[in-house]
Design a protein around this ligand. Structure first.
Ligand SMILES: Nc1nc2c(c(=O)[nH]1)N[C@H]1C(S)=C(S)[C@@H](COP(=O)(O)O)O[C@H]1N2
Ligand SMILES: [Mo]
Length: 210
């Protein structure tokens, strides 16, 4: 993924906010349900569904932590209209994961699964975008429990609900299926630059029928 991006470069330049978003001071906590307790000996990260060899993959916490580390500077856009600018997310690139656990050729979408059954669906192209990252760190420090420790997905070019906190796995899919918020009124794609906030805005091709 090349050179780590610097926060200075980000702040000096190119980060405009998507339409309808405003900056928020600090970093609010936004999610549905309780904050799960991390149990290191029970935690595992699974890749399952339509893998190339039909086998599942599974990483213990210590093995996942040893995967190649990279970082991405990106904004976070919540659909409720606040944005946070220029966080440096550190962790494992989805590309690394896709190399270690290749999907079958007919995979078009993924479901990212988190604790308590929270999920979000993504097009494979969004999941494999070069800035999409499974983050363990923000600005050089481990994530806090409220912000998703030990692992959250960050998809810089989509609304933040597309990035589950407390991620536990990825399911490779050969057809699209809606995740938690996508079933509950939010847009199936969620591009903030196109203000794809709600499912009633969807046009044919944006997602499976509701
Ligand atoms: N597991 C889980 N992840 C989640 C959510 C959730 O409800 N559950 N909410 C999402 C939403 S809507 C947002 S805006 C971001 C907020 O991340 P933050 O609390 O670290 O700011 O987390 C996303 N990830
Ligand atoms: Mo959000």
């Amino acid at each position: 993924m090349g050179e780590p991006e610097s926060r200075e470069r980000w702040e000096s330049g190119q980060s405009e906010l998507p339409p309808g978003q405003r900056l928020q001071r600090g970093w609010p906590v936004t999610h549905y349900g309780p904050v799960p307790k991390f149990k290191p000996d029970r935690w595992e990260f699974r890749v399952f569904g339509a893998t190339a060899d039909t086998e599942k993959r599974c990483w213990k916490h210590e093995d996942f932590s040893a995967l190649p580390f990279t970082s991405v500077v990106a904004d976070l856009h919540c659909v409720t209209k606040f944005s946070m600018r220029g966080a440096e997310w550190g962790g494992v690139s989805t590309r690394t994961l896709l190399e270690l656990a290749p999907p079958a050729p007919d995979v078009t979408h993924v479901m990212v699964w988190a604790e308590y059954g929270f999920s979000s669906n993504l097009r494979l192209t969004d999941f494999m975008a070069d800035r999409t990252i499974f983050a363990t760190h923000k600005d050089g420090e481990l994530l806090t429990a409220e912000h998703g420790f030990p692992l959250r997905l960050v998809v810089p070019h989509l609304y933040a609900w597309k990035g589950p906190k407390w991620v536990r796995g990825v399911e490779y899919m050969t057809a699209d299926r809606r995740g938690f918020w996508e079933e509950r009124g939010y847009h199936n794609v969620g591009d903030p630059w196109a203000e794809q906030r709600y499912s009633y805005q969807e046009v044919p091709g944006d997602g499976p029928e509701l």
